[in-house]
Ligand binder design. Structure first.
Ligand SMILES: [Zn+2]
Length: 123
């Protein structure tokens, strides 16, 4: 069941903006993402659709679960490290809200039994 409240939608916008910024700056893309970044983007959106915390979520970086598979996690870390500091200039509103979202306690995954989470991780 996709979670699609304002919190998840904002996280999607933030992640998409960071990947876009990274691809533009590092891969020279204009408008469309390169294939590699598009794959990462789609994966990130899918993870957020399935986030067990839903509207209660903190930022992915602060989350206790780390639902990304290792290869994708490494790629998104590179993107965050590169694009993160540039966000304040390019997307100041999203950047500030992201910092505030990160202060939120991780919350409890009310709608995700542990078994489902474990299965999700190996996907
Ligand atoms: Zn790219």
């Amino acid at each position: 069941m996709p979670t699609n409240g304002p919190r998840i939608r904002r996280e999607k916008r933030t992640v998409a903006a960071m990947i876009e910024l990274y691809c533009h700056d590092e891969h020279g893309s204009q408008g469309d993402l390169c294939a590699e970044c598009q794959t990462l983007h789609d994966y990130a959106m899918q993870r957020l659709d399935r986030c067990p915390f839903g509207e209660e979520k903190t930022t992915c970086a602060n989350c206790a679960i780390h639902c990304y598979k290792p290869a994708m996690r490494e790629r998104v870390r590179v993107v965050m490290r590169t694009a993160g500091p540039r966000m304040i200039w390019r997307h100041p509103v999203l950047a500030v809200r992201h910092v505030l979202d990160g202060r939120r306690k991780a919350g409890t995954a009310k709608n995700a039994p542990p078994a489902e989470r474990a299965a999700d991780r190996t996907e």
